[in-house]
Design a protein around this ligand. Sequence first.
Ligand SMILES: [Zn+2]
Length: 411
Amino acid sequence: MIFMSDVANKILFIVIDGASDRPVGGKTPLAHASKPNLDALAFGGINGIMDTIAPGIRPGSDTSHLALLGYDPYKYYTGRGPFEAAGVGIDVKGGDIAFRVNFATVENGVVTDRRAGRIADTDSLASAINERVKVPGVEVIFKRSTGHRAALVLRGKGLSPAITDTDPKKEGLPIKECHAVIDTPEAKRTAEAVNSVSRQVLAVLDGQPVNRERREKGLPPGNAILIRGGGEVPHIPSFEQRYGMKGAVVAAAGLIIGIGKMCGLEYLPVAGEDSVDPPRRVRAKVRRAIEALQTYDFVLLNVKGADEAGHDGDFDRKTRFLEDMDDAFRPLKDLKETLIIVTVDHSTPVSIKDHSADPVPVLIHGPGVRTDRVDHYNELIAHQGGLCRIRGMDIMPIALDLINRTKKFGA
Ligand SMILES: [Zn+2]
């Protein structure tokens, strides 16, 4: 007898940000939520639990997404600066030195407010910095983010991330001088560039109309920047080089978009970027991701909302979000020739209001995938499935093998 092979050739990789939890009264939001669509995928697929980095390591969303995409975070994660800069939409390049930045208030030489009264109206300030702050031989790229936050990139030859922050961490102190932490011309040159940017920004921003208005209203002006978290943007081999697949990312959070882009995934926008996806946008994102499978071999879909409810310690809101999201997942059952992976980047237990190292559930569904007896998608029973317990870096190799794209090891 000859069997026609039934094989998937596309991968839809869904990450439900921060969805898993620790039990409260024996239940977790995932185990408590009514979610017929995810449960059907669990029933028809193979299940397990996963340490996204390693057992006992509390992941950030950035390090965990790197691992899920098969990039070792211990090799490629070079600090928050580069990932924040990519996240706010700066097209970072390998070798750039990137920083996290706060707008701050400086009066009489000392920092009087490290967040400039949580200033939000920073468009004109960012433009002024980009137009007027110059460092010979170094390209200065500045971009505002939400609220008082922003990112700074220094691009050029002979730069180094081995330098200190300028944030004094306390009000009442002057902005710190940036110093080289190793004795190399590159580190010294970068420290000088940072100090030069820091001084020029003070001169450029103080008289800006936004700041004059703020002073008139008795608000602290955003007339300085505090620069920290410097890191070198890693040279990351692109997803296509690595896996021979064309990939795309559908996400709302800047950080995830930035990581996707750094790994060479095409960013497919869905209207409205925010830290929480309302049900309407989850549906739009699912539609966008399914459409994208016509063009791309691999689509990463990150859904955001459960994580925020976890950080707020709100069990009911987390549960409701998961139920609404599940409803948006209804079209998934009609996907053909597609491997569907559903997992979580880290647990965000409502009881601790932060990320934890508790392993996350993972399911793989699609043609040719072995099934197991797990019939609900949640972190309490997933370990009974055929995947047992794996690590985040394992998932891409497993998925590639299931679509017959791995090379044989040995004869
Ligand atoms: Zn996350």
